[in-house]
Design a protein around this ligand. Structure first.
Ligand code: GLN
Length: 196
């Protein structure tokens, strides 16, 4: 049984835990380096990336997280979590840092007031079958996709909203709130493959 950590500093980590338990994973909240050291995979939840950045540094987790990513730990970031995984942000607040690892530049607040939050159906070929109903909440987009990252899904206008790079996975939207568990199942497959 894969043991999945959810970074539980801020944001919607509880929703992720529910989905992962439904898929049969052992789920633990990660707030300390010892907890991080004991997981086979990690979720970076949605929320507010600048707050997650500050708290992770305050709690002494930022460096262990960067090391875990560099050492190949499977990590899936949704929304703020995608921002946190990105190598660079175009519109971070002053002093905002990221963990990095994902070869992308993200725009944190890519959708103006009226499109602050919206839902749309996305083709995600790697998941097969039906389109994914995607919920965007003050969502980022990938502005620049680096050569090491691959796009998994784009909006109708071509902007990239789901990416993969080795053991890293990121979505600008929130599968943990829709009942469509395919992204989490896809992530668990990565975790199992990595652990095997
Ligand atoms: N825009 C938020 C940020 O900068 C992310 C919003 C979300 O996670 N739903 O962190």
């Amino acid at each position: 049984t894969p043991r999945i950590g959810v970074l539980a500093l801020q944001g919607d980590f509880r929703e992720h835990a529910i989905v992962l338990r439904g898929l049969g994973a052992d789920v633990v909240n990660v707030r300390r380096p010892e907890e991080l050291a004991a997981v086979d995979g990690l979720i970076l939840p949605g929320g507010e990336s600048s707050v997650q950045d500050k708290l992770s540094r305050t709690f002494g987790l930022a460096e262990p997280l960067k090391q875990a990513i560099a050492s190949g730990l499977p990590v899936y970031g949704t929304c703020a979590g995608l921002i946190f995984l990105a190598d660079r942000i175009t519109d971070g607040i002053a002093g905002q840092q990221t963990l990095g690892g994902l070869d992308v530049v993200v725009r944190r607040n890519a959708f103006g007031s009226q499109l602050d939050s919206f839902e749309t159906d996305l083709d995600v070929p790697v998941l097969g079958g039906e389109p994914v109903h995607a919920v965007f909440i003050r969502a980022p987009v990938v502005d620049t996709l680096g050569p090491r990252a691959t796009a998994l899904a784009s909006l109708a206008d071509g902007r990239v909203v789901a990416v993969e790079q080795g053991n890293l996975l990121g979505t600008a939207f929130h599968p943990e709130v829709t009942g469509d568990i395919r992204f989490h199942a896809y992530f668990l497959d990565k975790v199992r493959a990595h652990a095997a």
